[in-house]
Ligand binder design. Structure first.
Ligand code: NAD
Ligand code: DAU
Length: 345
């Protein structure tokens, strides 16, 4: 089987590529990635020489490139992760989100129906729980929850989900979609809350908590997400949607405090009490209050449950960043510093 994985040099994509290359030696895994600021081939060093793996640098915004690639390669399946993924950037620069997340997804769908064997090809779309909008104190996102995206990022992901289902209905494209909660773990770009805070603690900088820190996110270790994608890809029912989450809700302020304690312990308090660095800053515009996944469908249909507890996952994450300071300094380029200065003033 020849499987195209898009966005395989990013955070979640690189964990999935490594898993698929190692677990399925008979598959041909092709990784297509533009290598934006968020894509990094250093995430893939342990598979780069594998016989069943190939990397192609390319942009899904380029319709004719995507079309030719599908014509030449005759893929059996595509697992689509390539996206602009950071909500704050979607507020300051939404057009990149429309181009990659909506138009890029359309280009892949269009190429698939024109150049692949539609009776057997599978399009697996990796999406987010943010398409469902924001919860109050009660309730959970189910697969049947109505879409209500609130940010330019989530609107672009919702549009791409709709396009996938529309291609399923109109052109009989076989598809699967999963909507996952917040991921954390090794290789996450330090613009997202957890790696940003770890990096700032190491640099002795303020830990910026938006608003009062009362917003709630539902955190899942990235390897557990990769395992869920693998399971759905192989065993999930066709043309179905699965929500993925680990029943692990935290307010941002409690999470940042826990993370400070975890880093302090790992560093044997060499740099003192990092909770002192917590700084409440201006809230994100239109900040969604709470996300929380009901994972009962994936539990019941595929017998999936996360392997990591938050305690073990967070500890491994902190250890990874402390042991990979070179990775952090490599990804914190001039561009990142400019983004950081502009966003956090
Ligand atoms: P990421 O930002 O770390 O990686 C995105 C990857 O896509 C990068 O390697 C980047 O180079 C590539 N890319 C971006 N634009 C491209 C283009 N035009 N053409 C080709 N490649 C391009 O993102 P992530 O956090 O790994 O998220 C991966 C997917 O999972 C996204 O679709 C995201 O919406 C979804 N998701 C993320 C989370 C999360 O918590 N991070 C949760 C649920 C769903
Ligand atoms: O829910 C899934 C989504 O989770 C994914 O689809 C997105 O790609 C991913 O980026 C993530 O979105 P969030 O906006 O929830 O993640 P982020 O790490 O940016 O922020 C987590 C929470 O922390 C959120 O409530 C905003 C807050 N925050 C974030 C940053 C960067 C802060 O308080 N301070 C910060 O500096």
């Amino acid at each position: 089987m020849k499987v195209l994985i898009t966005g395989g040099a990013g955070f979640i994509g690189s964990h999935l590529v490594r898993r698929m290359v190692k677990n399925y030696p008979d598959y041909e895994i092709v990784n297509l990635d533009k290598l934006t600021y968020a894509g990094n081939l250093k995430n893939l060093v342990d598979v780069e020489g594998a016989e069943n793996y190939r990397f192609i640098k390319g942009d899904i915004e380029d319709h004719s490139f995507v079309s030719s690639l599908f014509e030449q390669e005759a893929f059996d399946a595509c697992i689509h992760l390539a996206a602009e993924s950071h909500v704050d950037r979607s507020i300051t620069n939404p057009d990149a989100f429309l181009r990659t997340n909506i138009l890029g997804t359309f280009h892949l769908l269009d190429a698939a129906v024109k150049h692949c064997d539609i009776s057997s090809f599978l399009f697996y779309h990796v999406s987010t729980d943010e398409v469902y909008g924001s919860l109050g104190d009660e309730g959970l996102f189910k697969e049947t929850t109505s879409y209500d995206p609130q940010s330019p990022y989530s609107a672009s992901k919702a549009a791409s989900d709709h396009f996938v289902r529309a291609y399923g209905n109109t052109f009989k494209l076989r598809y699967k979609i999963s909507n996952c909660s917040n991921n954390y773990g090794p290789n996450q770009f330090p613009e997202k809350l957890i790696p940003l805070c770890i990096n700032n603690i190491l640099e002795g900088r303020p830990l910026p908590v938006y608003g009062k820190g009362e917003n709630i996110r539902d955190w899942l270790y990235v390897e557990d997400h990769a395992e869920a994608i693998d399971l759905i890809f192989h065993s999930g029912e066709m043309n179905e949607t699965f929500n993925i989450g680990g029943k692990n809700e935290w307010t941002n302020i409690d999470l940042v405090r826990l993370l400070c304690d975890e880093v302090d312990v790992a560093l044997s308090n060499e740099i003192g009490n990092s909770q002192q660095l917590i700084t409440f800053v201006e809230d994100r515009k239109g900040h969604d209050m709470r996300y929380a996944i009901d994972p009962s469908k994936i539990e019941a249909h595929l017998n999936w449950e996360p392997k990591q507890t938050f305690e073990t996952g967070l500890r491994q994450t902190v250890q990874w960043y402390l042991s990979n300071k070179q990775w952090i300094s490599d990804v914190i380029s001039g561009d990142y510093r400019a983004y950081y200065q502009e966003h956090y003033k």
